[in-house]
Design a protein around this ligand. Structure first.
Ligand code: ZN
Length: 451
């Protein structure tokens, strides 16, 4: 049993002073207020789940920021990514995942939903254990203590017309039947992890997964989260429209039972009826503002979506940069730049920081299939503490702490993180940082040297 004290904390009913939590077996079992205690953290928040990541891509961050012949785009970035991943061994993937998880924890995330599509060896050769790569992600989660929602990806084809996988896609490929086998193997790979671990599914996109494949994946466990990439690029929307007779989000609305179980990643290229339909369906929008900016995807129609009651969370996707505060800041700033207005995602009288943070905590938890996202009895103790002693937060209280954290400060003020009660960041540092960084540095030097 652990007791945790905070000078101020964000509870479901609002801000409270001198809060005490009792944590048992990773869950919050009691919340009291008006309890002063020595050693209390300054500001305690429900920690956010990072709802979208491809960890291996972290190792190519910074390698694609030059202009090649012609106009660079998402698609030229993707061919470099395919070239890069052909070098990755299971050991590399584990070393990169460890580093990414440490960085996520230090940014304030308590868990991650890993959209995991690198399954096989070079040229698509199966490993002896079909879920070898899942086991590597699981090892990194065990080492770092970050909560894991593992999402094995179904990737069947090279495009909507059913064309074969390209050479660069062979390591992702499975038929729906092979995928069911892989999913069962992934279940075994997660067995040693703590009870808060979740296994979901992720049909990659309407480009790469067939309607039958999506139905099979979603039916493997009807209680588990389903994530899918959707409407990230104009060319992708055009392809889906030409082959399937509807825009991607429109097709999902018409053909799938979209609900809170579903997380639609990106959903950048939508028409108003799709944005509103998606909000009404209760699916979570998985927004990745840093990656979407980096890849030139476009701007999510956030104002319309939130006005329609839509749920959202944030993810670090390509992991070109891992920062919760920056992800939330850019989400609002992209709206401001697009609409030439301020405080876009808040309604009158609301704090933008509060809307962003609380929305991402609640939506992220839903997308991760994790009972968390609020400091509430029964939830996992996914918690984050901010140090308010420095210049950015010193004179702040209540919602202004969140506004200052997101707009005026950065991850340096994240002091403590607990994931399902595991105290993984202390004094701003993850305990395994040194060992994990040394291993990552060697891995990445070899990978980049070889390119
Ligand atoms: Zn993605």
């Amino acid at each position: 049993m652990t007791f945790l004290h905070a000078k101020t904390a964000l509870l479901p009913e609002g801000w409270a002073e001198d809060v005490a939590l009792r944590i048992e077996a990773g869950r919050i079992v009691e919340v009291s207020t008006g309890v002063k205690a020595a050693g209390a953290v300054d500001c305690l928040l429900p920690a956010v789940a990072n709802l979208h990541s491809h960890m291996f891509q972290r190792a190519m961050a910074g390698m694609t920021e030059y202009r090649s012949a012609g106009q660079d785009s998402f698609w030229t970035w993707r061919s470099l990514m395919y070239r890069f991943l052909d070098r990755l061994t299971p050991e590399d993937v584990e070393a990169i995942a460890g580093m990414v998880m440490v960085e996520m924890a230090e940014a304030g995330y308590a868990s991650v939903a890993e959209f995991h599509y690198l399954h096989h060896g070079v040229n698509g050769v199966r490993y002896d254990d079909l879920a070898e790569m899942s086991a590597r992600i699981a090892s990194a989660a065990a080492e770092t203590g970050l909560g894991l929602t593992h999402l094995p990806v179904l990737y069947e084809r090279g495009g909507c017309d059913g064309r074969a996988l390209s050479a660069g896609q062979l390591r992702f490929g499975n038929t729906p039947d092979q995928f069911a086998e892989l999913w069962a193997a992934a279940q075994r790979a997660l067995r040693g992890l703590p009870a808060d671990t979740v296994l979901g599914v992720a049909p990659h996109s309407l480009r790469a997964a067939s309607a039958a494949g999506i139905a099979l994946a979603a039916g493997l466990d009807p209680a588990t989260p389903v994530h899918i990439h959707v409407a990230e690029q104009v060319a992708e929307v055009d392809e889906v429209l030409a082959q399937m007779g509807a825009r991607p989000v429109q097709w999902l609305l018409d053909n799938q039972d979209l609900s809170a179980r579903w997380c639609l990643i990106h959903a950048t290229q939508m028409q108003a009826f799709e944005t509103e339909g998606m909000a009404r369906a209760g699916a979570v929008a998985g927004l990745c503002p840093i990656t979407e900016a980096n890849l030139g995807d476009g701007i999510f129609d956030g104002a319309r979506y939130l006005a329609a009651g839509g749920r959202f969370g944030v993810g670090s996707d390509s992991n070109v940069r891992i920062s919760l505060s920056e992800e939330l800041r850019l989400l609002e700033y992209s709206q401001r730049l697009g609409l030439r207005a301020r405080a876009v995602l808040a309604r009158e009288g609301q704090s933008v920081g509060r809307v962003l943070y609380q929305g991402a905590a609640e939506g992220g938890a839903l997308a991760a299939g994790r009972a968390s996202g609020a400091i509430r009895v029964g939830n996992w103790a996914d918690l984050m503490a901010l140090d308010c002693s420095g210049p950015d937060l010193a004179a702040s209280s209540g919602d202004m702490i969140l506004d200052s954290f997101i707009f005026a400060s950065d991850d340096r003020v994240v002091s403590e993180v607990w994931s399902a009660g595991r105290h993984i960041v202390s004094g701003g540092r993850h305990a395994a940082r040194e060992a994990v960084t040394a291993r990552y540095a060697k891995t990445v030097a070899r990978l980049r040297g070889a390119l």
